[in-house]
Design a protein around this ligand. Sequence first.
Ligand code: PNS
Length: 162
Amino acid sequence: MRRAVCPGSFDPITNGHLDIIVRASRLFDEVVVAVLINKSKANLFTVDERIDLIREAVRSHPAAPANVVVDSSHGLLVDFCRVRGIQSIVKGLRAVSDFDYELQMAQMNHSLAGVETLFMSTNPQYAFLSSSLVKEVARYGGEVSGLVPDVVLKGLRDRSGS
Ligand code: PNS
């Protein structure tokens, strides 16, 4: 079985992430979306909330791919891959500015465990999008519909009390 992982913090998932996940689901038998837990980051949503938001976003997508599963991990991504029998990591690249760090991580993951990283170009519609920017705009009452799945929009509104 050809399995890939789409890893990230997903705090919260954006339409840019979702686009990559759905496109990856057409290329692999199974895509595991891995919410990686980074204790040094201050997060808006808990890990369980992030997992639920991703599951609902995938379920509500027009393609609703059935071969996407969602999980979380505390440790190294390559250990997660080893335990799950995952051969490939799929990452979206928005711009050249993403590339340096992504290349470093790809090379480190390959040298640690021989896991390959495949870069997918982000849909230009979402090239400027990041979870951090979405949170900032939403915090100050800006409009983020169209940038995040509806379930996330509701989560952000609940958080801001509007
Ligand atoms: O959404 P993010 O925060 O940009 O995702 C970064 C992430 C979670 C994919 C990366 O930090 C990661 O893989 N973390 C897991 C720990 C790990 O394996 N670190 C070594 C990377 S070479």
